[in-house]
Design a protein around this ligand. Sequence first.
Ligand SMILES: NC(=O)c1ccc[n+]([C@@H]2O[C@H](COP(=O)([O-])OP(=O)(O)OC[C@H]3O[C@@H](n4cnc5c(N)ncnc54)[C@H](O)[C@@H]3O)[C@@H](O)[C@H]2O)c1
Length: 361
Amino acid sequence: MLKLGILGLGEGRSTMSAALASNKYELVKICDASEAVCKQRAKEFDFPDYTTSYQEMLDDAAIDVIAIYTPDHLHADHVKLALQHGKHVVCTKPFIDDLGRARELLEISRQSGKKVFVGQSSRFFEPYKRQRTDYTEGIIGELITVECHYNADHRWFLEKKWALEPSFKWLYGGLSHPVDFIRWYLPEIEEVMGYGMISANGKKAGLKNEDTMHFIFKATDGRVARVSGAYTGPIQPAYRESEMSCVLRGTEGASQADYHELRYAVTTNTGEEKLITWGDAKLKHFFRFEGQSHHAGEYQNYLEYFAESIADNTTAYPDLKEGIGTIALLQAMDRSLQTGVPVKINDILNEYQLLRSDFGL
Ligand SMILES: NC(=O)c1ccc[n+]([C@@H]2O[C@H](COP(=O)([O-])OP(=O)(O)OC[C@H]3O[C@@H](n4cnc5c(N)ncnc54)[C@H](O)[C@@H]3O)[C@@H](O)[C@H]2O)c1
């Protein structure tokens, strides 16, 4: 059993639940800068071993893996410290929010010999897992295009202080999910363009960056894909439009994986149309809490996948390099929002002396 420490106990709550339910991990310590949050989680899970000092967690020689769920702009520093203290790292999405930190993290991880895994939770949700399996088995033939969105009424999120700071961007916080799907299916993206704006609701709340965005991607082989996200207004009912969807259109079939409804539809290469849903047991695996802001099933799935990679000394994906590749895409998207013109991923990478081929792009 791997010994786990968790940093950041907002969404880190899901990881607590996941670790406590897993036979591959022993939860050793939890940490949050806020003692009130530590106490809340300690009480909720009847788990007393908390600290408000990250250093104390780093210095705990018993801990093998640190899982990081602090605000986006702190990830790079927190990942760096964990590696420097000889820990394997799970870092939630977005892995970092500035490519300027990429080379340093690559070097530190190489020196440490420890593994880094990016917690792109959506890949580990049941409908997306099934979609991936069908795709790799050739059920929809060759991929023509990918269309993904993540739209959510996240007005509640704006009560968090860091959500209204200039460093917070829905581009990184929200669109990192569907952009990761694009990377999963069309890894070699060459160029991206998009438009975005701050909605009237976002302006009223004091948001500093775009909350409504549409993007088009072009891969090196000429294929195109699209991604959208809107975060500060009402959404359609889940039976009508899932908050998060990934649509694959292939030469012989098509598929769509949806989020909250645990729903997957596929038209196969035989022409058969199937709609697949999952029952209560799976729903309970994923949605263990009230509402839907926290959900632990994907986290348990990815933590266990990461534990297996440590035991077998294989690579768990997205790893550090794939995670940095996704940030390169997000940074190119950001540049396109600011300039209104298409941006080449190579141009962004060159600015940071990063080589495209190192990041699976
Ligand atoms: N599906 C997903 O994978 C998913 C879902 C939600 C959030 N997240 C990610 O999780 C991260 C946290 O988001 P959240 O919604 O939980 O935010 P949050 O504000 O609710 O929680 C962050 C916690 O980190 C603590 N914190 C801040 N600075 C700290 C420091 N220096 N040391 C220790 N603790 C510190 C805060 O006290 C707070 O409790 C973000 O990067 C977000 O993108 C991922």
